[in-house]
Design a protein around this ligand. Sequence first.
Ligand SMILES: [Zn+2]
Ligand SMILES: [Zn+2]
Length: 142
Amino acid sequence: MLGKCLCGDVQFSSEIRTDPFKIYQCHCSLCKKQSGSSSNSATIIEASHFRWLKHDTIKNWQKNTGFSSHFCTNCGCPVPNSFADKYYWIPVGLLEFDRNLVAVEVVANFCLSSKSSWHSIDTESNNFDTLPDFKAILQFLS
Ligand SMILES: [Zn+2]
Ligand SMILES: [Zn+2]
């Protein structure tokens, strides 16, 4: 599956390993600012299933707590970033998938204690007031 930033200077391909395609939403105050919306909609995949096609315009900003935001310097769009040498975080709004072919499921919501009042969530998914540990997050997405 192809992913692109707004201007197309950042492009990548990622293999989807699950059906439906599983994503999470994080409602923390940092993800709200980073996405400019009520939550980040994202997924995490293993590095071996991810490939950059174009990524020369990426810059990143890191908060002293460790939270980092990677973005295209040409269009300002948030873009994937690698962590722990093993995984890629992917903002799923960048993916160009055919809605008729790919089913997408929000399997978990994180940091609901700071959820925006205008955003409603599916009570069937795995919902947390805070951020669960990384192992648990990977399990939801696998
Ligand atoms: Zn761009
Ligand atoms: Zn967050």
